[in-house]
Write a protein that binds this ligand. Structure first.
Ligand SMILES: *Cc1c(COP(=O)(O)O)cnc(C)c1O
Length: 354
């Protein structure tokens, strides 16, 4: 890999690890590369973190042709830094690229670039319990052109930000609102891509849910508005009468890596695990017959997010006893223990950096 490295002249002061929050502080350097039709992906470089000057006609600003990923680097108890399933993120980035007409990149090359960046930014991986360094690889269409077509040129970058514990006040269940008016995605659309427009399209429903006192939106399918898809920007799991159920991937659901991790661990533990259609009616019926044991979201940021209450039309239902269920707790502990090197890695998910 031909990689040029330009170090920052002055390093930023490291933030207070007890006040990290999410997505506000960025490290000293970033990884960049460019795409041009005659050169492919080229000019791999690590440079000081800096703003990007762009022509006002830059295509991503007008037509949203862009994709991204989200993963984390963890500091283990012995001080080592490691990634969790990073190649799966770059594979998913390529799947998003296909859907958005963006040229594929070499997944191993992208991972090598990330590793080099992390070696330089090692000190930015926080040490406080349950903190991590969030990694945001992004690709955007960079042609200065106002016609509607796929861009010919692209920029890929990776930026890093130290993030605080997701549950500083403990692992608490959230209240979610089933969305009946807005939909996130439809089969044949872009729902399975991590692409800009999906998030813009989810904001209004998210804002309404927040205003009504809910943490997240529970999305139903865009056709029948009956089957459950996702919760906010997380995948969702139900535990009904001992069966662990998550909606099957049918093109409109983002294929979460945490979702896949939960499925693999559940199977390894001998649980009854199903990927299938699940309707909101099935969930409500299960609650009426006291068989709805647990509901939880899954995603890189929160790992597992237990759901305590669900509102659908004028019904507010409590899941189980409204507290964190045993499986949500078990998955959360098992996954974070692997990520932070506190437990053995049963599936070769962990990739050490330095
Ligand atoms: C990123 C994302 C997820 C979760 O994916 P992970 O790989 O588990 O982080 C789920 N749904 C949406 C819409 C997402 O953007």
């Amino acid at each position: 890999m031909k990689l040029s490295i330009t170090k920052a002249k002055q390093l930023k002061p490291k933030p207070d690890e007890t006040q990290l929050g999410f997505g506000t502080k960025f490290t000293d350097h970033m990884f960049n590369m460019d795409y041009a039709p005659d050169q492919g992906w080229h000019h791999l470089r690590i440079e000081p973190y800096a703003s990007i000057a762009m022509d006002p006609a830059t295509m991503v600003l007008h037509y949203g042709q862009g994709v991204f990923e989200g993963l984390k680097a963890y500091r283990t108890t012995s001080g080592r830094i490691q990634l969790f399933r990073p190649l799966d993120n770059f594979r998913r980035l390529n799947r998003s690229n296909e859907i958005l007409c963006i040229p594929r990149l070499d997944e191993n090359l992208a991972l090598e670039g990330l590793k080099e960046l992390l070696k330089i930014e090692q000190d930015w991986v926080p040490r406080a319990p349950e903190t991590s360094l969030y990694i945001r690889p992004t690709i955007f269409a960079s042609d200065p052109f106002l016609g509607v077509r796929a861009s010919h040129t692209y920029r890929f970058f990776i930026i890093l930000c130290p993030v605080g514990a997701y549950y500083p006040e403990g692992f608490n269940p959230v209240k979610i609102l089933v969305e009946k008016d807005h939909v996130r995605a439809v089969p044949g659309g872009t729902g399975e891509a991590k692409t800009l427009g999906n998030y813009a399209a989810s904001l209004l429903a998210g804002q309404k849910a927040h205003d009504a006192g809910f943490t997240q939106v529970l999305w139903l399918d865009g056709v029948e508005r009956k089957y459950i898809e996702e919760v906010g920007a997380m995948n969702i799991f139900f535990v009904i009468d001992g069966e662990v159920i998550t909606p099957a991937l049918q093109g409109s659901i983002l294929p979460g890596i945490t979702r896949d991790t939960v499925l693999q661990l559940g199977r390894m533990w001998g649980l009854k695990v199903s990927e299938r259609r699940i309707s909101i009616d099935e969930v409500l019926k299960a609650q009426e017959t006291a068989k709805l044991q647990e509901v939880f979201g899954s995603g890189t940021a929160a790992v597992i997010s237990p759901v305590g209450q669900i509102k659908y039309a004028d019904r507010l239902v409590t899941v189980g006893d409204g507290r964190v269920g045993p499986l949500a707790q078990r998955f959360y502990t098992a996954i974070t223990d692997i990520q932070y090197g506190r437990a053995a890695d049963p599936k070769g998910w962990v990739v050490p950096i330095a």
